[in-house]
Design a protein around this ligand. Structure first.
Ligand SMILES: [Zn+2]
Length: 407
């Protein structure tokens, strides 16, 4: 296989997580009596451009099926994050009724609704039918397509270039990062701004966040690599911010290469930090597997200990990262009988691979388990606050990443 960005031969494995079904392929009761598709989950690192990437096996269309169940609006913390971002952009970029904001992967309209409320015209791009319909109900026009150079060129030719193109947690999820980036270039007005948010590879490595690895997540990105990918598409990184979302993300600001804006000192500082922590050295990527295996073993030991002691453990949050963790660890309903999730679209279904049933959060109050394993550790505080009455009844909260913690 060749690197998706620079086409160099990929010879180094970053981590091999065996075989797993797509993380968002939630199953119905009827699906349980059918065969389930597993794909290798083997992550490579390119020793030329340092793009960390999944091995190619499955087509994007196959992985992002029409009933893909994730709705951004189910997390209140994420909604606040989106609202603050919109206000900041409207002020900083002086967006008006004459501007256009395009969001790639606009999901259920969690972000663009803030621009609609401020009277700034917007356009969502979202191939997933169920979430696109939810956004349209909020008055957001949505193109139900995959974004790339072809769609962006159509937008450009119809005079619909954007003052702001936002992409939150989509850049790492596109199979062809070069085509996507050329699309950003084509759809951007002269003088326009791009912002992309994605989990920072540096945090993934530093905090052993191996459960953020799944098939739909094609790239694991450093600022160094994004800088190179942008340059190849005649774009440049002009600013960067570090965010606490998803265990540590970057918000990269981009503009046309010929734009008068000079990169801010934050760009050079972060590039220097990445280099200082060895992100352009192979040794940094080796040894990650052993640390991930340690985390997996710690979780399994904990679950086995509780089972032997006659204690009950349930899980909260049927998130993609939970599926990676549970499937790599080989956890089945005998160790973890159910997982609760606030998203109605997931309730009544089963986790892919592990076949653990997904219930409404109300099941927790009725069952009152001894321990609650919070799978999306990035929103563990929010989950704890929302379920404070469980803590009062003696339920203890557990997270498995970056280390096993019981509180
Ligand atoms: Zn490469």
């Amino acid at each position: 296989m060749k690197c998706r960005h620079c086409a160099a031969e990929l010879v180094h494995t970053f981590i091999d997580l065996g075989y797993a079904p797509p993380s968002n392929a939630y199953l119905t009761a009827a699906d349980l009596s059918r065969p389930e598709l597993y794909y290798p989950l083997n992550i490579k690192v390119c020793d030329q451009c340092w793009l960390v990437q999944t091995e190619d096996y499955a087509e994007a269309e196959e992985l992002f099926s029409a009933d893909y169940a994730y709705f951004s609006s189910t997390s209140s913390g994420w909604l606040e994050h989106a609202s603050r971002y919109a206000q900041q952009m409207i002020e900083d970029l002086s967006l008006t009724a004459e501007s256009l904001v395009i969001e790639v992967a606009s999901n259920d309209g969690y972000l663009l609704k803030n621009f609609v409320a401020a009277g700034v015209p917007c356009l969502g791009i979202e191939p997933t039918v169920s979430t696109a319909e939810a956004a349209e109900k909020l008055g957001i026009p949505v193109l139900r397509e995959f974004f790339g150079e072809s769609l962006a060129t159509q937008l450009k030719n119809s005079g619909r270039q954007a003052d702001l193109i936002a992409g939150n947690n989509v850049y790492a999820h596109v199979p062809d990062i070069n085509d996507f980036t050329r699309g950003l270039k084509a759809a951007l007005k002269p003088g326009g701004t791009i912002t992309l948010e994605f989990p920072h590879l540096l945090q993934l490595i530093n905090h052993t966040q191996f459960d953020t690895i799944y098939h739909e997540h094609f790239s694991y990105l450093s600022l160094y690599t994004v800088n190179r990918v942008f340059a190849a598409a005649a774009l440049k990184v002009c600013h960067v911010e570090e965010l606490s979302t998803h265990g540590g993300s970057l918000r990269v600001f981009g503009c046309h290469l010929e734009d008068a804006r000079e990169p801010t000192p934050a760009v050079a500082a972060l590039l220097e930090q990445e280099a200082g922590q060895g992100l352009q050295q192979l040794a940094t990527y080796q040894g990650f597997q052993a640390r991930a295996d340690q985390l997996k073993d710690n979780l399994l030991s904990f679950l086995l200990e509780q089972k032997r002691a006659g204690k009950t453990v349930a899980a909260y949050g049927a998130a993609a990262k939970g599926n990676t963790l549970l499937n790599y660890a080989g956890v089945k309903p005998d160790l973890l009988p159910y997982v609760c999730d606030a998203a109605p679209a997931k309730q009544g279904k089963f986790m892919p691979g592990s076949h653990i049933p997904i219930l409404a959060p109300s099941a927790l109050a009725a069952d009152c388990p001894d321990y609650l394993l919070v799978l999306p550790w990035n929103i563990a505080d929010e989950v704890k606050q929302q379920n404070s009455e469980l803590a009062e009844r003696g339920v203890r909260f557990v997270t498995a990443v970056p280390t096993l913690e019981v509180s």
